[in-house]
Write a protein that binds this ligand. Sequence first.
Ligand SMILES: Nc1ncnc2c1ncn2[C@@H]1O[C@H](COP(=O)(O)OP(=O)(O)OP(=O)(O)O)[C@@H](O)[C@H]1O
Length: 227
Amino acid sequence: MTRDERSLWCEGVGYDYPTPSHHSESVRALSDVALSVHRGAITAVVGPSGSGKSTLLKILACLERPEEGRVWIDGTEVTALSARARRAIRRARVGYVFPDPADNLLDYLTVAEHLALAARLRGRDTGAGRVLGTLGLEHRRDHVPRRLSGGEQQRLALAFAAVGEPAVVVADEPTAQLDRASAARAVEALRGLADRGQAVLLATHDPEVSRAADRVVELVDGRLGEG
Ligand SMILES: Nc1ncnc2c1ncn2[C@@H]1O[C@H](COP(=O)(O)OP(=O)(O)OP(=O)(O)O)[C@@H](O)[C@H]1O
């Protein structure tokens, strides 16, 4: 049997946001989206502001449930599960990185303690040592986030997301708050994760980031095409 190289995929995904002022109307954020995310590769979602990138990433990371369509993580259809079972899969199998480093980390935990927590949440600690090396944080093991630069904080967030080798690391605009040099290091870090066999899915406005991706897909008004 050949191994399925997809770690995450979806079919027919649709999502509407209600508008508070008009009860009968809603904002169509995604329409009929199908996407497969492969191991060992960076998949980048690009598209104009408001095209649905964050919404798609949240749905694929199991943070939101789509109103239409189906999502699979490592062969399990997560859209068929209860909220509780979905949360368990999310915790064990998905690493998620928010755009702002401060949203990803806990003030009082050191770098090493963040990784220990990630391993505990994910139920396995494979790769914790390696991830620190890949992301260039070994010399910061005993530092808390406020003693790290913004770029180091975001690399720690990527490490936190990648410990235990989840099915996928999902990063929404991972370089949005970083200067050029830090962004370049974050891209290297993402590349390092993918080269180790990790599936990486990200959304970005940054051409340097999409250039580093193995595959770029474009969302326009909630519909997907190859970029
Ligand atoms: N919580 C919300 N309530 C209502 N509408 C929302 C909400 N979040 C997003 N939307 C709308 O859904 C659409 C898609 O938004 P989304 O944030 O997914 O786009 P995006 O491509 O990530 O944008 P950006 O690049 O600016 O982050 C937009 O029209 C947006 O205004």
